[in-house]
Design a protein around this ligand. Sequence first.
Ligand code: ATP
Length: 846
Amino acid sequence: MNERELHEGLTQAEAVRRLKKYGPNKLERNNKVSPIKIFLSQFNDFITWILIIATAISGVMGEKADAITILIIVIMNAILGFVQEYKTEKSLEALKELAAPTAKVLRNGVLKVISAEELVVGDLIILESGDRIPADCMLVEDSNFMVDESLLTGESVGVEKNSRGAKDSSIYMGTIVLKGKGKARIVETGMKTEMGKIAGMLQNIESDRSPLKEKLAALGKVLVILCIVICAVVTLTGIARGQDKYQMFLLGVSLAVAAIPEGLTAIVTVALALGVSRMLKRNALVRKLPAVETLGCTSIICSDKTGTLTENKMTVKAMYFNSRIYYVDKESVPENLILKKAFTYCNDCNFDYKGDNISKSLFGDPTETALIKAFFRENKELKGFMDKAKRVYDIPFDSDRKMMSVVMREGSKETCYVKGAPERIINRCKYILDKGEIKLFTSDYKNKILKAVETMSFDALRCIAGAYKETGIVKGKGLEDNLIFVGVSGIIDPPRKEAKDAVLRCKIAGIRPIMITGDHKNTAFAIGKELSICKNQSEVITGEDLDKLSDKQLSAKTDSVSVFARVSPHHKLRIVKAFKAKSNIVAMTGDGVNDAPAVKEADIGISMGISGTDVTKEASSMILLDDNFATIVSAVEEGRIIYDNIRKFIRYLLSCNLGEVLTMFLASLFYLDTPLLPIQILLVNLATDGLPAIALGVDPPESDIMSGKPRPKNESIFARGLSEKIMVRGSLIGVCTVMAFIIGRYCNYDITTCRTLALCTLIMSQLIHVFECRSERHSLFEMKFFTNPYLVGAVATSITMIMCVLYLPFLQSVFHTSALGIGQWGIVLFFSGIIALINSLYLYFK
Ligand code: ATP
């Protein structure tokens, strides 16, 4: 490694060469989806096997055409199932790739964020608290660096690391930076790292089982038993009446195949996965699939202020020193060299002095870039200023301490510069710099400063105070005591434009938005009021107030508090618990490493894609790619849409299957001829169960989806009258089909025509019913049919299928159908449409 590489990192060309030679920095996993496995798993079903065997037997007994057709239908069903499942697996895999971690790397002297997989040996990376270390490295620079190596050693206490000895400077892939900052050189990547040797990989997407899917799987089992019993009854009564044994057995099995809603759980997965990809388009990356279900129940959204509710584009608007406030836009601010040094030196921005444009050459925390831009216009000027001093020690900013310090060597003397939340700085000052003179920091001075901070914060300004002291000796303990107060700067961070609208949408949807911030009470109130999160100051409470409350008192207060100000990350956990104790479903955002416990505790833990640390991202169930509050609300909306759609196709599938079973059951009960042949039952299953049900899974939302209250988390999927709807409608489909069959008999049509009437009535009833399932409140008259083109396409495909079966002579003989005339179609349409018509009239005039 040459001198240049030591400071500027590898060149891009060299990195590309190494990546090609040594491969990507990733741990190998062998859980790729295998299409063949998925296809074969489609046949891994007991009932299907019985059907195949029964078909084979009937084939041998002479019904060859039937046997072949049944096999073709079984294979077509398997292909349909395969396409669904393969698509789901693929999109889940793509999501895993997207959630892959990133790293901050120096290449050609420029700091870039790249995918951790592209890192190579020799790369220089920057590490900060909360980062998961992306490869095995040696620290080359460090400040207060501490890591959590519990993943490797099992030891959960933090380990200090520094760039001195070889042992102390070794840091390992997968471990976490707990504190401090550091620069490190990569020594091993991928499977060659310590972690690779252990090869215990942390999955990015956890495939937790979805509670809804589990409940449906349990329901499925009950339905299977019920179906088998009914099918057995149908088969046995047929045999008792002297019908052909094999035919009746085949009929029973076909009915079981058609009636058992095997697609139920599969379609839930498809709906969830498609929902996840829709959410991704709206910038919400879901890491845990079950979160999608919970999202729809969210009743409280606790959001950080900075960057989520506000733009995170900061500008200094006011400065306070020499006992007065200067407003930057309205007057010229006199130069205050010490304040300039405190805010510029005690600052972790990275610079790349290319060109003159200072905005383009600053990278880092927006608060800190704003401070630099307040004092400098040009790069040259800034570089000259920075070159005059060298940082010899620092204590980085952290949200608990709310301050940061550096020691700078300027010529022969060393000075400590400190900046942070005004109350914290004031507490540590003994003197004040007033018009160039150092004076004792009397309470008179303190009160004036506090008043100025109050004035600025009421204008929604974020206040940061600066202080200093000449040092040289004390580093570590006592460094930040007995400081000399210099001044305060007030920074504006305007609310995001879309946030106000999103807050309003929350309120209409019965969701309470809560703001949590480390900022001053007044600043928080001013922003909260502008966004309509709170109306008066009684709704604001500070971290200090919070410390005085017991958990019970805090929980009681949650009803009236909408803004939590000057809180530290550890308060967030208490806040989540307090809201949860009141039976709320809580979504909570977080970015820093200390936020992870609260994010984990929340029902929906949300991390920030841009400013979030790896640890918080891993604790979260959803990542906001744009750090935007409005995105949370969109995700909640998607959660509701998905749940609604799941209800829609459950309603559809179950009532249709009930209709099918009941048709056969009623016929056997009243000693009628079998209204449908096995092959016809399988055709009904193919035409109605597959495509239309999937299309319902992607149905666009009803316009009032965000105007009701969130549903309770433990509400059954069949709640709010769904089970009754399924029972009634399913029974009516069965009754109408049997009626069509009976009318056919009454008109003295031959048995083939009567069965064709029943077949068409059953299929058409279901294809009409699928549109009814699109809404639980509105009638077919109010429906915009073409808003779901997939459904229209699916229904058109099914109708074409029946037409072929009815009118193509070859298929007529295969499916034992006859071509219906206009009058006969009249019977079909009457019996399949009458219930939908009555139901729609009822809903319309209700
Ligand atoms: P949120 O929790 O909504 O992100 P926040 O960003 O204001 O709010 P913190 O980052 O914890 O929360 O900041 C709290 C306070 O610490 C600020 O009001 C400010 O006074 C001070 N502060 C913020 N950033 C810095 C910094 N880089 N250096 C020194 N002090 C800072």
